[in-house]
Design a protein around this ligand. Structure first.
Ligand SMILES: C[S@@+](CC[C@H](N)C(=O)[O-])C[C@H]1O[C@@H](n2cnc3c(N)ncnc32)[C@H](O)[C@@H]1O
Length: 285
């Protein structure tokens, strides 16, 4: 019947849909110049091992301010968790980022009219091919229900294989991230970072969801790169990963499902004061 074929047509359109953000955002933006990527070519600007090396270096830098909690007794770990000062951690980790990477990024009013909040290089210089930011959020498989979270939500990022990441730091999306993060916590040890939902960021690079789309005058200086967290990623550094699975995992999943990360990588050197722009419309050929 008519209803069924309409549904089939919508489904087909959705399966063919190749842009980075979900369609209702595409409708909002006037300039939709796309970046094209060849199929099979996984859209990588830098090699996976370079991303991993960069993340490990950064997170180890954050971690030097803590005790290696997994080696201390549970009681001490719970006490440490209860007495954490989020504002102090945010300050220290921001300094650590500057010292380790040679630059810092922060949010601020976009240089674009009606651009809302954007992301800027606030100190140092970003060399081409660096991990500049993370796209935080809840990770949904293509078959999982995201309808209510997606209403009026301009922060849903679409991976090449249809996995969605909800990077909205408000409302229902925020509640869902927090509850998934609590669900996955291993006693006193967090296995992801939910501080991007607050004013005190533990991982100061977890603001990639605020990067605006490029325009003719201001072409993209960063691009999204998808990354799978290896199974042997150090447990004590997982507390800085700003992503969590929406669905709970079974025991065997823990060893089979690699957490999806999306990082933003600089496509050229970026100087202090510049705003970051990406391409919302990456098309996979
Ligand atoms: C992922 S959010 C980016 C953060 C957003 N600027 C904010 O303040 O919440 C996507 C939304 O940002 C706005 N945006 C992004 N790029 C833009 C551009 N080039 N011009 C105007 N608005 C833009 C649009 O409203 C879009 O729906």
């Amino acid at each position: 019947n008519g209803m069924f074929s309409l549904f089939q047509r919508i489904k087909l359109k959705w399966l063919q849909y190749r842009y980075r953000f979900v369609p209702w955002i595409a409708l909002n933006l006037n300039q939709r110049s796309a970046r094209t990527v060849d199929q099979g070519h996984s859209d990588k600007l830098i090699a996976d091992h370079v991303v991993l090396h960069s993340i490990l270096g950064l997170f180890s830098g954050f971690h030097q301010f803590y005790q290696p909690e997994q080696k201390i007794c549970l009681e001490t770990a719970y006490k440490a968790l209860a007495s954490r000062d989020p504002a102090k951690i945010a300050r220290q980790n921001s300094q650590a980022t500057g010292a380790l990477l040679g630059f810092t990024v922060e949010r601020g009013p976009s240089t674009l009219p009606q651009g809302g909040t954007g992301v800027f290089v606030t100190s140092g210089c970003v060399p081409k091919g660096s991990v500049v930011a993370f796209y935080p959020g809840t990770v949904y498989y293509p078959h999982e229900a995201i309808f209510f979270q997606s209403i009026g939500n301009s922060f849903i990022f679409r991976c090449i294989d249809g996995v969605l990441i909800d990077g909205n730091d408000r409302g229902l999306s925020k509640m869902i991230f927090n509850s998934c993060s609590q669900r996955d916590r291993q006693g006193p040890f967090n296995v992801c970072d939910s501080s991007w939902l607050t004013a005190c960021l533990q991982n100061p690079l977890a603001i990639g969801q605020y990067v605006n789309n490029q325009s003719k005058e201001l072409p993209a200086n960063v691009a999204y790169q998808e990354f799978s967290v290896p199974m042997d990623f150090p447990f004590h550094l997982r507390q800085f990963l700003p992503n969590v699975f929406y669905s709970p995992h079974s025991a065997e999943d823990l060893t089979q499902r690699a957490l999806r990360l999306v990082v933003l990588v600089s496509v050229r050197d970026i100087r202090v004061g510049e705003e970051l722009f990406s391409t919302y419309f990456t098309v996979v050929r």
